[in-house]
Design a protein around this ligand. Structure first.
Ligand SMILES: [Zn+2]
Ligand SMILES: [Zn+2]
Length: 964
């Protein structure tokens, strides 16, 4: 017989537990093809009478056995097969409930304990009813009419646990037995029952008036209906007439759910059921169907801020109606999934418009217009979901607004979706977010996560061919982080390190600038960061420029004579002018070659996130200037600076001047429309900590190095600007004369600037398991450190660094990290295996953006070094010869994993040969569950960028056989 255990409740030592089997609603439908359709769900509550009628409706001659649980059932497949699903519930019917025998279910403790009966009633009203069209109560099994009254009243006086609107609520159908059907007056009984329920409710919870009682009852069930069957009549005809009655009520609910857009497919119901059960056990806040059906990474908490920014840019009121309304409606429709369900953000919309339109009627009119447009979008979608997909309709809307949008620009809001900040900038200056890049771009054939956008989506301007591809970080890959310290002329030390790594990386056909996802620099390190990672100069080119900048900057004031009078004169001059040197050589170096000042948030084809630190003069607040936005956050102890208006955004040359404006040496830097800044080294001379904070903010799901379970940082390399043992505080008795106040103050100040100390503090903050992923490359001076402005020491510093690199094992380790971090793994399929376990297949890809020449070099290096990959102990060698035409690298793997989350069963793919020792590739080790979530496979409601739905992994057959 086709009934399946689903939920049961047991009581053990005063604690109630809910046991649930995975709902396989899709399997109960007529076939997998129907997973996307919506089928009526009917709940039957009772015991013997319920079982007799239900077995007839299902088409069986044998009566269902009592089980005391909640089962799922479908009608026997016959020619006139009705596609309904029945929930067969015996909870709350005074049958002792027990822990199920089957091992294939999971249990959760129920937070609030009541009596077993009341828990059963709550489960019916909070989990089963919201999923059902009709809930049938069998009076004969539930202590007659008074019993039914107390069940319904109990349910109605509890706090409502979901947000279904009245039109989407189920009917309660009370099945009563009569002696003579001809005398049974439905309406009369119905009215009587209704009043009795209200009376009982009033007894349980004192209401002020009858309206309030009715309101509570109407928020549970659309209505209470009564169906009478004759005690002595033929069973099969009863079953038939009851089924007809149920179907007509169900049709009503179907219409109501369609109209209010709460009609869900079986596949969605399956997920919603699991979430409702979870909510029921935890007693969390009310279950919001819409939020639960949003795409996995959907985020709308900043929608009104972005809408406000858009409206604030409009040149006049008429634009609000002609541009604001259609654009906003289209952006709400865009991430709508499932398309049958949506919530209109009327509150957010009203709040935003209130700032620009004072007239209350007009405010309402604006909200109505948006609502109306939204309805039109839904209508078009329903006419042809394929041709009029949300993305196609949105593209159409944007194109119709090109003439207007070309005049509106923002670096704070993605004008294509109004949900988050933009990340990728087009040549015209328009910027869109990463999600929109995925939504609106075409997937590149060369790289898994590169997207082609031949034209600006906001104004239609064509992009030059070398700037029309945008790379995104592969979802399953880890993060590669670099931080560079400040240190005046000693900035050549990190540059020599970078230059060395750059030359080493040529074996992979890729420059070092493509090997990091996040780079942050301070002061001189900030200049290196901007030069190499933003301006895309090679490190050796950057070295030449850096020496040049240092020579011109420090030449004017650098004083070699030691005469006291000259020194005093220079000190006095510095005091009066507030600085010794001029920032203009730095500004010139980063500002030339472009007609207009290039912005930090710039259209150069840079996919690495780059930031430089600075400190505000007022308040000494640490801050960063960056080429990215990331999610908004108010919780940082530093500022992420972004101008309020497009025109005031900081230019590259200003950012370079800000980060290096060390007090005493330079004047602080005023940036129009922003603030006055000085050297970031004052607060974060070693920006590793800021880099780690920023990664946690930008990639909350994998960038948290301070937490043990949310970190997929492959490596964090910190480049120092030299350290000297003479800086260290010496142990032993101190002379009262030498350790006086001024000296101690000076030593404290230099200690808080000492990057080596900051590095050790940083290491102490992160969990021990990640410390081996953090690497510091630095130069150790035998004597005192050269001064920040000692231009003459540059060539000596270069030589010393080059010599040190040859002896430093850390440099080889950095290279291994970078090479291994270039490979990542992606699943492409799941299937079930007999005997248990998840059978997976996937590919190792390379994330370096290589051209044909680069790929040839890459393949040659892999072969020369007899590179092998090892996955779960099994080694796979790379092909003997480069594949014909040198296509992008991929290596396929099949493997079986027993568990989704078990730490002992994690995936660990490593590479060796090309690295000096076996190294884990990017993102590893990770559990299968993490990989599935990262790739969005477990997103039953899709992902907000409209990526194709992939199948959920099936449970291993071992479990399934026991369960069903
Ligand atoms: Zn967007
Ligand atoms: Zn544009």
């Amino acid at each position: 017989m086709s009934t399946y255990p689903w939920i049961s409740i047991s009581q053990e030592d005063e604690v109630f537990k809910l046991w649930s089997h995975k709902t396989l609603l899709c399997d109960l439908g007529p076939g997998q093809a129907h997973a996307s359709v919506s089928l009526p769900m009917i709940t039957f509550i009772g015991t013997i009478k319920k079982s007799i009628i239900l077995s007839r409706i299902l088409g069986y001659s044998r009566t269902l056995q009592p089980h005391g649980q909640v089962h799922l059932a479908r009608p026997r497949l016959t020619e006139n097969f009705n596609s309904e699903i029945y929930i067969d519930c015996e909870l709350g019917a005074e049958i002792p409930c027990a822990r199920p025998q089957s091992p294939a279910c999971t249990s959760q403790a129920i937070v609030e304990s009541d009596s077993a009966l009341n828990i059963g009633y709550s489960l019916i009203s909070n989990v089963l009813a919201p999923l059902s069209d009709v809930v049938c109560y069998f009076a004969a099994d539930l202590r007659g009419i008074p019993g039914i009254c107390s069940i319904l009243a109990y349910q109605a006086v509890q706090a409502k646990a979901h947000n279904l609107p009245v039109r989407a609520l189920p009917f309660a159908l009370v099945v009563v037995e009569t002696t003579r059907a001809s005398h049974f007056n439905h309406e009369k009984v119905q009215r009587k029952l209704y009043n009795m329920v209200l009376e009982e409710m009033n007894r349980l919870k004192k209401y002020a008036n009858r309206d309030l009682i009715e309101l509570d009852l109407k928020s549970r069930y659309r209505d209470i209906c009564v169906f009478g069957i004759r005690r002595d009549g033929p069973l099969s005809s009863h079953a038939q007439t009851l089924q007809q009655r149920i179907m007509s009520l169900s049709n009503d609910v179907h219409v109501g759910r369609t109209f209010s857009r709460y009609l869900f497919s079986l596949k969605h119901m399956e997920t919603l059921a699991a979430r409702l059960v979870q909510r029921f056990c935890m007693r969390q806040s009310s279950f919001n169907f819409i939020r639960a059906t949003r795409p996995n990474d959907f985020d709308c908490k900043d929608t009104s801020l972005h809408l406000e920014e858009l409206l604030g840019m409009m040149p006049n009121q008429s634009w609000i109606w002609s541009v604001g309304v259609p654009l906003f409606a289209s952006t709400i429709f865009l991430p709508n999934y499932p398309p049958e369900a949506h919530e209109f953000y009327a509150g957010q919309c009203r709040k935003a418009i209130a700032r620009f339109i004072k007239d209350a009627d007009d405010q309402v009119r604006f909200v109505d217009r948006v609502k109306h447009r939204l309805k039109e979008h839904h209508q078009k979608y329903e006419d042809d979901p394929y041709v009029n997909s949300a993305i196609n309709q949105h593209t159409e809307t944007l194109e119709s607004l090109w003439p207007h949008l070309s005049k509106l620009k923002s670096f704070q809001s993605c004008l294509s979706c109004l949900s988050i900040g933009p990340e990728k900038v087009f040549e015209c200056g328009h910027a869109i977010c990463n999600v929109c890049v995925r939504r609106l771009g075409q997937r590149s054939t060369l790289s898994r996560h590169s997207f082609l956008l031949p034209e600006c989506k906001l104004c239609g301007r064509l992009q030059s061919s070398e700037k029309n591809t945008f790379d995104l970080v592969p979802p399953s890959a880890g993060l590669r982080v670099l931080s560079i310290d400040g240190g005046g002329v000693r900035g050549v030390i990190p540059l020599v390190h970078l230059d060395h790594i750059d030359k080493e990386m040529q074996i992979l056909g890729s420059p070092v600038r493509d090997c990091f996802d996040y780079v942050c620099g301070t002061s001189a390190g900030g200049l290196v960061t901007i030069g190499v990672f933003l301006m895309q100069w090679t490190p050796s080119d950057c070295l030449v420029r850096f020496e040049d900048i240092a020579a011109t900057t420090f030449k004017s004031g650098h004083d070699k004579t030691f005469s006291l009078s000259r020194k005093l004169h220079s000190l006095l001059r510095t005091f009066l002018r507030d600085h010794r040197y001029n920032l203009s050589p730095i500004e010139r170096a980063f500002g030339t070659g472009f007609e207009t000042a290039m912005k930090m948030f710039n259209p150069l084809r840079v996919d690495t996130k780059v930031a430089v630190t600075a400190t505000t003069v007022g308040g000494n607040i640490p801050c960063i200037h960056s080429n990215y936005n990331g999610p908004r956050s108010d919780e940082n102890n530093y500022q992420h600076v972004r101008a309020d208006t497009f025109g005031h955004d900081i230019s590259i040359s200003d950012a370079a001047a800000c980060t290096s404006a060390a007090p005493y040496y330079f004047k602080s830097k005023d940036v129009l429309g922003l603030d006055t800044y000085q050297d970031g080294g004052l607060t974060h001379n070693n920006p590793a900590l800021i880099a780690a904070w920023e990664c946690a903010r930008i990639w909350p799901e994998k960038g948290r190095i301070f937490e043990t379970d949310k970190c997929r940082i492959d490596h964090l390399i910190s480049l120092g600007t030299g350290t000297s043992p003479s800086n260290r505080y010496t142990v032993g008795p101190h002379s009262p004369k030498k350790d006086r106040f001024m000296h101690r103050l000076a030593s404290w100040a230099s200690g808080s600037l000492d990057s080596e100390v900051l590095w050790n503090r940083f290491l102490n903050c992160i969990p021990e398991s990640y410390r081996s992923r953090c690497l510091r490359l630095n130069l150790h001076f035998p004597g005192p450190e050269p001064a920040l402005n000692d231009v003459d020491s540059i060539s000596r510093l270069k030589e010393q660094t080059e010599d040190a690199i040859c002896l430093d094992w850390r440099v080889a380790q950095a290279k291994d990290f970078i090479i291994a971090g270039a490979f990542y793994f992606e699943l492409d399929d799941f299937s079930r295996v007999e005997g248990g376990g998840y059978q997976c297949s996937g590919n190792i890809f390379c994330r370096l953006p290589l051209n044909l020449e680069g790929r040839k070099t890459f393949y040659a290096t892999l072969q020369d070094n007899s590179t092998t990959f090892t996955i779960r102990g099994r080694a796979v060698a790379i092909v003997d010869s480069a594949p014909h035409g040198s296509p992008p690298f991929r290596l396929m793997f099949n493997f079986v994993v027993q568990s989704m989350e078990d730490e002992k069963d994690q995936l660990d793919i490593s590479v060796q040969g090309i690295t000096s020792r076996p190294m884990l590739i990017s993102g590893m080790p990770m559990s299968l569950g993490t990989l599935i979530r990262a790739q969005g496979f477990d997103a039953p409601f899709g992902c907000s960028d409209g990526r194709m739905d992939r199948p959920l992994p099936a449970i291993p057959s071992k479990r399934k056989l026991h369960g069903f």
